[in-house]
Design a protein around this ligand. Structure first.
Ligand code: FES
Length: 135
């Protein structure tokens, strides 16, 4: 079902965990299957570079592999650059996913966007109450 690159990423997940020193947080649910993903980042307030990023998920292999790859793609980028990362770019970098698993890759893209949104809200003092956003 999965290509070798996806299996390799799944067996060697990057940036799994939760950053206690985060200044960006998001929790995203997949409305199609109910799976959940949580992402934390530490974004340098001076440079806005994503210095640390971590995720943890109750999600399938595709969600985990795409989240892992997405975190490696945004680490070291600025918050604004990271907002441009699409789930398609993540899927392409893994050589594709089976059509029925494409929705799983949306978790990572949405978690990154929501995490950066949370960073700006916290910075501006406009943070909303923590809740799971379903996509
Ligand atoms: Fe739920 Fe893949 S089946 S994220």
């Amino acid at each position: 079902m999965y290509n070798e690159e996806v299996i390799k990423e799944f067996q060697n997940l990057q940036n799994v965990g939760f950053l206690e020193n985060n200044n960006a947080y998001s929790k995203i649910g997949n409305a199609a299957c109910g799976d959940i993903m949580e992402m934390t980042m530490y974004i340098n307030p001076e440079t806005e570079i994503i210095e640390q990023v971590a995720f943890r998920t109750f999600g399938c292999a595709a969600a985990q592999a795409t989240s892992s790859r997405a975190t490696t793609l945004v680490k070291g980028k600025t918050a604004k650059e990271a907002l441009e990362l699409s789930n398609k770019a993540v899927v392409d970098s893994l050589g594709g996913l089976p059509a029925q698993k494409l929705h799983c890759s949306v978790l990572a893209e949405e978690a990154i966007k929501a995490c950066i949104e949370n960073y700006y809200e916290r910075k501006n003092g406009t943070e909303k109450k923590e809740e799971t956003k379903y996509v």
